[in-house]
Each structure stands twice: as C-alpha cells, then as structure tokens.
Design a protein around this ligand. Structure first.
Ligand code: GDP
Ligand code: GDP
Length: 437
C-alpha cells in the first residue's frame, strides 16, 4: 500500500501515546460508540489536510530482553528508520534534555529519512524558550507542543505532511470501495441505499448493474468513490420464477463475491435469521470485510441496555464475526445514516492494511513471551518468522518448526494479539502455518 508511514519515537513517558491517540482520534471518533472497536494499538491511520498516513507508535512495541530503556529506544529508532517514511522524535520539555535523547539523536542523525523533533509538554507557550536546549540534538528546528492541552498540534501536523513523500496515485480501480448491501427482503436495503445517497447528495451516476441481479449506484464522498451493490433494487422489475427468498440468497452471494465490504442489514424487530447466518458465513469465508447494520431501530422500545443486549445477541448468533462493528440505524428517521460511508471506508482501510514485517515479528515475539507456544511429546512449537504477504483479507504466514504442534487455540490467541496491536476491525484474518523446509 502506498500510504506513507510516520513512526513515533521517544523515551517512555514523553507523551508518545498521548500524541498518537490524539492524532488518530479524529479519525476514530466515528466509531467511538460502536462496540468491538479496540484502542491502544500500535498502528493507526491518520489524516491531515487531505493527506493520509499511517502512524506507528514504536513505544507500544515491547522489545524482548529485559529492556533497558536505552536498548529499547535504540531498537525503536532502528525500526523507525527501517519502516517509516518519516520519523517524529518526541522529547519532554518539562524534564529537559536527557542522555537517552542524545543517544537516539545520534542514530536518527545518520538516516536520510526526515526527522521532526517535537518537544512535548510545553503546556504554556510562554515557556517556549524551554525548547532551545533541544537544538543541541542536531535535528533541526524543534516544534513545541502540548499533547494534553492540544497546543500547536496543527502546526506540528503541517510539518509532518511537508516531510511526507509525494503522493503516488494508485490505480483507478483500487479507488472504488464496493459495498454489497445484503439482507432479507424488506429489511430496508433499498431505503438505506436511498437515504445514504440522499444524505451525501453527491451522486455521480446510476449505472445498471453488470449482472442483472443488482443495481450498482456510484457516488463520491470526500474524494472516495463508493459503489453500492443493492441486491433489492431489481426485485420490483424482475419477474422471477423462483421463491423470492431463495432467489435473494443467490443474488446476495454473487454480490458478496464482487464486493470489498458487506453491509449486513438486519431488521431490528427480527434479529439475526438463518439466512443472515448463511450469508454472513459465506462473507467471512470469502475474506470480505463486513459491518452489521441493525435497521429499523426506530421501531424498538429502548432502555439504557437495549443496544448492548442486541449486540450480545448478534455476537452469539454470528460467532465468527466478532470483528464486525455493529451500527444501530434507521433508514426512516436517518438516525446514524451519516456514519455509514465513513464506517465503510474505515473497515475497507482495515481490510487493506499492511503491517511492516519487523513490527509484525516484534508483536509475535512479545505474544510468545507472554504465552509460550504449545508443546507436544516434549517438542515445543517455535515460530521462526511471520510475514504478511497479502491484504483483503490480511493474510499472515507463520513459519514454524512443526505445524502439527500448532493448536487452534494458540492460533486464536495470536489472532487476538494481532487485532489488539493493529486493529483490523471489520475484517477477517487469514492465518497460515508453514513448516520449515
Ligand atoms: P509515552 O510513554 O511516551 O507513550 O507517554 P504517555 O503518552 O503515556 O504520557 C506520559 C505521561 O505524560 C502521561 O501521564 C500523560 O498524561 C502526560 N503527558 C502527555 N502529554 C503531555 C503534555 O502535553 N503535557 C503534560 N503536562 N503532560 C503530558
Ligand atoms: P428491502 O426489500 O430490503 O429493499 O426493503 P425496503 O427498503 O423496500 O423496505 C421495506 C419496508 O420497510 C418499506 O415499507 C420501508 O418503508 C420500511 N423501512 C425501511 N427502513 C425502515 C426503518 O428504518 N424504519 C422503519 N420503521 N421502516 C423502514
């Protein structure tokens, strides 16, 4: 993927994760009240003035060994140099310059990658003079910010994007996000598509579907083109000699095959049906990203716990789809309709996310340190190397001494660690175990 990578490096407690979360939050706010969205991760997408980039908080990676701070920081810096397009080096304006800062600066001065020196915790710009000593690091003009008081963050981000490599344009077809709107007849698919598009008021065109099973509606929002594959659209026109129910399943499966993101529409009054389970299972197996949209939420009498109970029920019925965000909406009243496209874009990005190999291997090493791999007849599983060869869905290969010893439960544990570290909301992951030749 061509999104530039910005690595955040610095001593413990200088405010790296505060900065990281602050920058990432603008983007994440759309999913804040959606169950299943994790935080405290190492990777996060961010956007400033239309430039998209991915941040890595190298402080979130616990390097093995008894981690003397200095060793850890050297490792962070090296990792950043290897993987990032630019590096944000955070220092603490309250504590002042430390010898560990100097050590890292030596490493960072020796890279050709751009480095932005950020002096955090300047909570009052009257104290901006505190930053002068940091010129001694030889990393150019420092910028003073306060992450907790949100001071100068915009100026800092201006400088971050100045340093990013020029944007390469991606092939046009990759720009579209194809969304299959799936659900039983009458759950409100057409109403949803209409209200989503009505909301955006940026319709490009209505193009009849390439198959006669669906209508594809193209529209653009914030520079992103979406194609809504509405399997219901044709029903009124087509005369079909098949039971409506069965025909709609076949259409749905075809739409799933063609899409990036499945928008599973469930009727709030009915809950998850057998047909929903079948199609959701198919989407999961096919490696598609998905969102569960509970429509007709206006018809439900609610107390404080209704959505929680509903979510629990969905998680139970669609056990394999724990990763999918659940959105409670109404095509009729338009409640939360304005969030649908943003959420679609978000899970589509997660579906296409590529993790740097060195970061990936650190996370797996940490995981195996916390919870040692299983053993069988005196032989312990060893994971030599992990790599992510593919996206959509994100696919990981674990190279091990003996695949036979890998238990399903251990794979599940590794998958959870990957999700905790990187997010991957809304997307299944494909995990492959290979023996060493
Ligand atoms: P990290 O270890 O580098 O990720 O640092 P954290 O983000 O966990 O922050 C360490 C501590 O510094 C926390 O208690 C933060 O609340 C605090 N902190 C972060 N940014 C600022 C800031 O701009 N001003 C002040 N006064 N405290 C901050
Ligand atoms: P489709 O077959 O899945 O495309 O469903 P439609 O969009 O044709 O909607 C079926 C019926 O449900 C219509 O009468 C809609 O007016 C109604 N409907 C759709 N969405 C909502 C909603 O959010 N709330 C309520 N109360 N009714 C809705």
């Amino acid at each position: 993927m061509s999104k530039p990578i910005v690595a955040i490096v610095g001593r413990p407690n200088v405010g790296k994760s505060t900065i990281f979360n602050y920058i990432g939050r603008n983007r994440l706010s759309i999913v804040e009240d959606i169950p299943g969205v994790t935080r405290d991760r190492i990777y996060m997408d961010a956007e400033w003035l239309g430039r998209n980039f991915t941040m890595i908080d190298t402080g979130g990676i616990e390097f093995e060994s008894n981690d003397k701070i200095l060793t850890a920081m050297r490792n962070q810096a090296k990792l950043a140099i290897d993987e990032a397009d630019m590096i944000m080096f955070i220092v603490d304006g309250k504590t002042g310059l430390t010898s560990a800062d100097n050590e890292v600066a030596v490493i960072l001065r020796n890279t050709r990658k751009p480095v932005l020196l950020v002096v955090n915790k300047i909570d009052n710009m009257k104290n901006e003079a505190d930053i002068y000593e940091f010129y001694n690091l030889g990393l150019g003009d420092p910028i003073a910010i306060s992450a907790t008081n949100a001071l100068n963050i915009g100026d800092m981000l201006d400088r971050v994007i100045e340093h990013l490599p020029a944007e390469h344009s991606e092939p046009a077809e990759n720009d579209q996000i194809k969304v299959a709107v799936i659900g039983r007849p009458n759950v409100g698919k057409s109403s949803l598509v209409n209200s989503i598009i009505g909301e955006e008021r940026v319709i490009v065109s209505d193009i009849p579907g390439t198959t006669r099973d669906a209508i594809d509606t193209h529209f653009t929002k914030d520079g992103q083109t979406y194609v809504m594959i509405d399997t219901a659209g044709m029903r009124r026109k087509a005369k079909v000699d098949m039971p409506v129910e069965r025909y709609s399943v076949i259409r749905s499966l075809r739409a799933v095959d063609r899409c990036d993101v499945v928008l599973m529409v469930i009727n709030a009054e009915e809950g998850v049906t057998e047909q929903d389970k079948k199609i959701a299972g198919y989407a999961h197996e096919a490696g598609k990203a998905s969102i569960i949209l509970v429509n007709k939420w206006d018809l439900i009498d609610k107390d404080g716990k209704t959505s929680l109970r509903f979510t629990e029920n969905i998680r139970e019925e669609l056990g394999f789809m724990q990763y999918s965000p659940v959105l409670f909406a109404s095509a009729l009243t338009k409640q939360r309709i304005n969030r649908v496209t943003e959420l679609v874009k978000y899970v589509a990005d997660q579906h296409a996310m590529r993790v740097a190999t060195s970061v990936l291997n650190q996370v797996i090493e940490d995981a195996t340190a916390i919870n040692p791999p299983p053993s069988e007849r005196g032989r312990r599983l060893k994971i030599y190397f992990t790599t992510q060869p593919d996206v959509k869905p994100p696919t990981f290969i674990f190279f091990v001494n003996d695949p036979e010893i890998m238990h399903f439960s251990y794979l599940r544990f590794l998958e959870n660690r990957l999700r905790e570290s990187f997010g991957f909301e809304g997307t299944p992951l494909k995990l492959v175990v290979r023996g060493r030749k």
